[in-house]
Design a protein around this ligand. Structure first.
Ligand SMILES: NC(=O)c1ccc[n+]([C@@H]2O[C@H](COP(=O)([O-])OP(=O)(O)OC[C@H]3O[C@@H](n4cnc5c(N)ncnc54)[C@H](OP(=O)(O)O)[C@@H]3O)[C@@H](O)[C@H]2O)c1
Length: 346
């Protein structure tokens, strides 16, 4: 496992991060703990959650994922050896997250309410990385490559950062991060932090995989020049890039079989592109999932790649994938596939 600096914090995180959004839905507490133990023993020192997990988000299961991390922290006595990352929801309709709101928004009051609930679930006094899960601005997220302008009010960025700054000052949060952000949003947060003496976002958690490399269009430059670390999520395109759904297969217990909400990977040239990468890996004698994870880990602008697993076999394969070095021949074939099918699943 190698380690890279999180933003400009001086704190090093592992090049793989364990995502936990299956804990409390597809995975039981015991399975979640076993995954965390295995990951920790292999050198992973950062775990990613959200107040909305497990996925799919539901009122009946809210807080379960964070609570499973919380019982692990209590049982293992390793709080200072790991970083816990979680998130506050952006603009949306998951009103069951809050006591008395008609929409989720990143108002200072909602951020405070959310962080208190997360601290309780996580059974800890502080969150290492507190991320804005998606923006408070009206925007199209999780779909589409082009910017589509939507009118509507939003909380000023310096107010959102101000609320986060108070949490940092109170010792409840160490670092703040963004997620599902755009270049404009990221630079606006950096500018507001500088102008108002507020915490500078140290990271951005966006999707990054073979079929969605949109981060490279405008955001990777910001990661290089501003040291805003990319925490790359969905390196397997939610499982698609492992090849498990090739030729219409639908493995029992898989995310698609259970929830069928993976339309992002089923549109346009998505299926053709996915088959191309799966075939390319097999042609080179590689496991498709390991090739996909190794690629994300190898990108110089990626600080940590957030993997997710529902079985220990998957986890073992995926962590080993992070150690794999791809040959020039494989990288050249990947580049050609990217030219043939640029970002079909943004
Ligand atoms: N910020 C955000 O908006 C956001 C969005 C998504 C994810 N995330 C974070 O990123 C983490 C990872 O995201 P992700 O789960 O989408 O990552 P992913 O790596 O693209 O997909 C992981 C899923 O693929 C399947 N899988 C994993 N390894 C496999 C293997 N070797 N062979 C076959 N199938 C395999 C498993 O699902 P099945 O067993 O069900 O098939 C697993 O849960 C999440 O836990 C979360 O922390 C953040």
């Amino acid at each position: 496992m190698d380690y890279r600096e999180l933003g400009r914090t001086g704190v090093n995180i592992s090049s793989l991060c364990l995502g936990t959004m299956t804990f409390g839905q597809q995975n039981s507490e015991a399975e979640g703990h076993a995954q965390m133990d295995y990951a920790f023993d292999r050198g992973i020192n950062i775990f990613d959650a959200s107040e909305i997990y497990p996925i799919p988000p539901r009122a009946e299961t809210k807080g379960r994922t964070e609570s499973i991390i919380g019982t692990w922290l209590a049982a293992r006595n390793r709080r200072d050896k790991v970083l816990i990352a979680t998130k506050v929801a952006g603009r949306g309709k998951m009103t069951w997250l809050r006591k008395d709101e008609t929409a989720t928004r990143q108002s200072p009051a909602q951020i405070t309410e959310a962080v208190e609930a997360s601290l309780k679930h996580l059974n800890t006094d502080y969150i290492d990385l507190y991320q804005l899960h998606w923006p408070d601005r009206p925007m199209r997220i999780f779909e589409g490559l082009d910017y589509l302008h939507l009118e509507g009010d939003s909380h000023p960025i310096h107010d959102i950062l101000g609320a986060l700054g108070k949490l940092v000052a109170d010792g409840k949060v160490r670092f703040v991060g963004l997620s599902n952000e755009t270049p404009w949003g990221t630079m606006s947060f950096l500018k507001a932090a500088e102008q108002h003496g507020l915490p500078r976002p140290v990271s951005i958690q966006n999707a990054y995989n073979f079929v969605n490399r949109s981060f490279e269009i405008g955001l990777s430059e910001i990661s290089y020049r501003e040291q805003v670390s990319l925490l790359a999520y969905s390196p397997l395109g939610q499982g698609y890039l492992s090849g498990k759904y090739e030729e219409g297969a639908l493995p029992a217990g898989s995310r698609k079989a259970l929830f069928d909400r993976l339309g992002r990977y089923e549109q346009g040239n998505g299926p053709k592109a996915i088959s191309t990468y799966v075939a390319l890996a097999r042609r080179h004698g590689l496991d498709p999932a390991q090739m996909a994870i190794a690629f994300a880990v190898s990108r110089p602008f990626v600080t940590s790649t957030i993997i997710g697993a529902t079985t220990m076999d998957q986890l073992k394969t995926d962590i080993a994938g992070g150690e794999l070095k791809l040959s020039e021949a494989v990288l050249a074939d990947i580049e050609q596939a990217h030219l043939d099918y640029p970002n079909p699943c943004p």
